[in-house]
Ligand binder design. Structure first.
Ligand code: ATP
Length: 891
């Protein structure tokens, strides 16, 4: 018998499980050992050894290795070995950087890995999907991705989109009965749900029958293994730029070599010097360091509760000019408490905070017993019936399982002495039409003890009016049209106090009638009353909105909630100011994107919108030239999240679908985290600019010193091994330390960056050329002064040039910490940089003063009076320009 044919008992016996308690944790661990992890095997990864050798596949490195080999064969053993050692060390550095980048990307993937709800030891637990085993009972709701292959045992309005397997994007309707006809394909498997498919509506419970590679998805997994690492725009731009830089470096090197030879230098020496120069000058390590900087930044973001799913988003974050954010849960705490109840012109108040079910009911000043008031008690009972939340007492604390709006209604009912057990004894839920943000309501069909059926519905109060034909007004059912004004006043009255409002309605079902569709259940209702609940703003949001505004970023609130509630909260948070206005979903629905473009700049709040409208908002803002960050949590939010420049999903309340569509996940669902991520995004980009500037200016300096020397008919100021050493030491640690720099304090006071700006924008190109030129010139001057003084001691003059070049670069690195000037922040504020510079200095001294290394690097000790010259010349490039900026400012 196949799983689809079995009934529940057969399934339980075959899979050794129990639908009510699941399997035990011990059993789960045992099964996991036998069955392996519930994951699709990833494709072959590049092996560590291959990655290491890949560091040497660069053309110039191969030429250098070949040249070194020749010099070794010619008897220059020490030089050959030293050069090979340096190339190896350089390779190791590149290897380390790439491994690190790869590892942190893997760690990221792991953090964003899907979770699944399983029943173990009688309790629902959320576990990483990879730990699920055959026999686990799992549950899922709309927006979830199914974590394994399951046979359904319960299905409520369940529809699953199986395009990942079938290509068919229309969702299949699912059910939980046994089926006795043969299935012709996945589409016929009505009582099965498959790994990787997506719940587009309703909810369900199932028993896992296959995990990992033993799933329908596992069988086609080979087809799906596409690499998902994307290069960021900057990486792509650097790649293009790299080609130009290589050509330029090679061209200049060629001139150096040719002039050198024409000046009478030996062919072989010039060849080796040329190749070393090319290796040093080509910024082959740049892409790897950019990846490291990006991934280190990404790790800092994790500490601030933001997970980046797509690396390009890190860069785009720094360009964001509008943040469109949901209200509930992102700007507010999503900890709801019912404070007001209204029905038939009467308002009651409820005391108590949080989810603890204790509080008093008041009618005006007078305390009332809800049990003594039929209307109030009924309103609370209905609120409990049309409700899926659960209150759990854990370690003396009440926690909520489920939707906070429903939780608030449950707690209010419990404050009146109602409890689930009693209600379940009297009423049975026969069918449920689940909530969705577009309908803005949900309903249940209930059977009471006498076998009578009725509908209980709840939803947005204004929406519920259009689904009701009558109203219960002081225990009489009358036409709703007679009390329209009173209802609107009641709704507005609550909403203006920033309360979230939910209306309750009901209707009896005549016996013998079967209501199959929600449109039948949710029409012709009797409007019963309102629940008004507070959902306080998160305390940090107001400040975050202000900081974003200072950073040139506008905050827009998008909410399904009532206009008046949205307005009140937006006002409290400083989102709605001056001439900014609120636009309602109804108006939005009638507008074209073009029309919206004309007014969207003035809109700060979109209220009563459906998720489908969000896409229009994104498009209109984008057409106006904005870079848009858009949050969302539900299935219907996915298109807008995808279309936004930065799609953001919620870590706690977000559905799998929204998470998969997003490039950033907020672990704490908090608006303030978006602001923190943007700040970090800006900082990462600035750090990348810092080391691009440092590396390229250093390279320009290295090339120019050689170039000028050859043009001036001087001997070689640096020998190949020295050039390679400079490249290794200065390009390595200090450049990486720049990638760890903290943000400048005005990073959130500047306007967003233009995403189209080139690598050298905002004066970076000029800085590189001018600093590089000065480094080259001052090194050369130091060399000439010493050489002219004592032309017989070329080795000494070369040592001076070598030291001046290294020192000039190590001083210049501090200047790179700020785009303004070296004096605009404490130059020693980055401890990694200080450590990197100190260790480079120590290495420099060792090379000059340690006799065995002197032999290898062809250096000699420097006399103390010449140190003055070295330090003076090395300081010029940085301080000359810093001084000129200072003078320009004070003038
Ligand atoms: P946001 O879009 O900021 O998250 P929201 O929670 O108000 O705000 P939706 O979840 O789309 O947005 O809800 C829209 C409206 O539907 C709410 O304002 C509320 O009146 C009603 N509503 C919310 N949750 C439920 C529910 N569980 N049952 C019935 N109605 C609900």
């Amino acid at each position: 018998m196949t799983f689809r044919e079995m009934n529940i008992e057969d399934l339980e016996t075959t899979l050794k499980t129990d639908k009510d308690v699941g399997i035990t944790e011990t059993e789960a661990r045992k099964r996991q050992k036998e069955q392996g992890f519930n994951e699709l095997q990833a494709g072959e990864k590049q092996s560590v050894i291959l990655l290491f050798f890949a560091q040497f596949k660069d053309f110039m490195v191969i030429v250098l290795l070949a040249a070194t080999l020749i010099s070794g064969l010619l008897g220059e053993y020490i030089d050959a070995i030293a050069i090979i050692a340096i190339i190896l060390m350089n390779g190791l550095l590149g290897f380390y950087q790439e491994r690190r980048a790869e590892k942190s990307l893997d760690a990221l993937k792991e953090m964003a890995a899907p979770q699944i709800y399983v029943l173990r030891d009688g309790e629902w637990r959320k576990i990483p999907s990879r730990e699920a085993v055959v026999g686990d009972i799992i549950k899922f709701i709309s927006g979830d991705r199914i974590g394994a292959d399951v046979r359904l045992i319960e299905a409520y309005s369940l529809e699953i989109e199986e395009s990942a397997l079938t290509g068919e994007s229309v969702p299949s309707i699912k059910q939980s009965e046994s089926l006795h006809f043969p299935a012709e394909g996945i589409g016929d498997e009505e009582n099965m749900a498959f790994m990787g498919t997506m719940v587009s509506r309703g909810s369900g419970i199932g028993i896992i029958v296959g995990t990992g590679m033993n799933t329908a998805m596992g069988k086609i997994a080979d087809l799906l293994q596409s690499a998902e690492t994307q290069d960021t725009p900057l990486q792509l731009r650097l790649e293009q730029l790299g080609k130009i830089l290589i050509t330029t470096a090679l061209f200049l090197t060629l001139i150096v070599v040719v002039t050198g030879i024409l000046q009478g230098n030996p062919l072989y020496t010039m060849f080796l010097a040329g190749v070393s120069l090319a290796v040093a000058a080509i910024p082959e390590g740049l892409p790897a360091i950019v990846t490291v900087a990006l991934s280190l930044g990404v790790q800092r973001m994790i500490k601030k509760n933001a997970i980046v799913r797509k690396l390009p988003a890190v860069e785009t974050l720094g360009c964001a000019s509008v943040i469109c954010s949901d209200k509930t849960g992102t700007m507010t705490q999503n900890k709801m408490t019912v404070t007001h109840l209204w029905s038939g012109g009467h308002t009651w108040q409820v005391t108590g905070t949080g989810y603890a079910p204790s509080g008093e009911f008041y009618y005006g000043e007078r305390a009332v017993q809800p049990k003594g008031n039929k209307t109030l008690f009924q309103l609370l009972t209905f609120g409990m019936l049309c409700n899926n939340s659960e209150l759990i007492l854990k370690k003396d604390r009440f926690t909520l399982n489920g939707d906070p709006t429903e939780g608030a209604m449950l707690v209010a009912a419990m404050k009146a002495g109602l409890n689930r057990e009693n209600v379940v004894e009297q009423f049975t839920i026969v069918k449920e039409f689940p909530f969705d943000s577009t309908r803005k309501m949900m309903s249940v069909i209930v059977k009471d003890n006498q076998g009578k059926h009725f509908v209980v519905a709840k939803g947005a109060p204004d929406v519920m009016i259009s689904h009701s034909s009558s109203i219960l007004w002081q225990e009489r059912v009358v036409r709703i049209s007679e009390y329209q004004t009173q209802i609107q006043e009641a709704i507005n009255g609550l909403a203006q106090q920033a309360l979230r409002t939910i209306a309750i309605g009901y209707k009896p079902i005549p016996s013998g009638t079967v209501l199959l569709h929600e449109s039948e259940a949710e029409s012709d209702l009797i409007y019963f009353g309102l629940h008004g609940m507070i959902d306080p703003p998160r305390p940090e949001v107001k400040e975050a909105v202000r900081e974003a505004r200072e950073a040139g970023i506008k905050t827009v609130m998008i909410t399904g909630d009532h206009v008046a509630t949205a307005k009140a909260i937006a006002g409290q948070l400083g989102i709605l100011r001056g001439k900014e206005r609120v636009l309602e979903g109804k108006e939005l629905a009638e507008m074209t994107v073009d029309q919206l473009e004309d007014i969207v700049e003035d809109v700060a709040v979109f209220a009563r919108v459906s998720p489908e409208h969000k896409l229009k908002i994104v498009r209109a803002l984008q057409n106006n030239g904005h870079i848009v960050a858009m949050t969302g949590d539900g299935v219907n939010d996915a298109p807008a999240i995808k279309a936004a420049d930065i799609g953001i999903s919620m870590g706690i309340t977000g559905t799998d679908v929204a998470k998969e569509a997003s490039s950033l996940i907020l672990l704490d669902d908090n608006f303030a985290t978006i602001k923190a991520a943007i700040k970090e995004g800006r900082n990462i980009y600035e750090n990348i600019r810092k080391f691009i500037r440092y590396l390229l200016a250093s390279n320009v300096g290295e090339i120019l010193v050689m170039f000028f020397a050859m043009v001036c008919a001087l001997p070689l100021p640096l020998i190949p091994i020295q050039i390679l050493w400079v490249n290794l030491v200065t390009d390595g640690l200090p450049a990486m330390a720049l990638g760890l720099d903290k943000a400048e304090n005005d990073v959130m006071k500047r306007d967003p960056r233009d995403p189209k700006e080139g690598v050298f924008a905002r004066g970076l190109g000029w800085k590189i050329i001018s600093r590089g030129f000065l480094i080259g010139i001052s090194t050369l001057i130091a060399f000439i002064v010493i050489y002219k003084n004592n032309p017989d001691n070329l080795v000494y003059a070369q040592t001076i040039a070598f030291t001046t070049l290294v020192l000039a670069q190590l001083i210049h690195v501090f200047d790179c910490r700020s785009e303004r000037s070296i004096f605009s922040r404490n130059p020693f504020g980055n401890k990694y940089l200080v450590a990197a510079v100190i260790s480079s200095l120590v290495l420099l001294l060792v090379v000059i003063y340690y006799p065995p290394l002197q032999v290898i690097f062809h250096t000699v000790p420097i006399a103390s009076r010449d140190w003055l010259l070295v330090i003076g010349m090395a300081s010029i490039p940085t301080f000359l320009l810093a001084g000129s900026i200072l003078i320009r400012k004070t003038r």
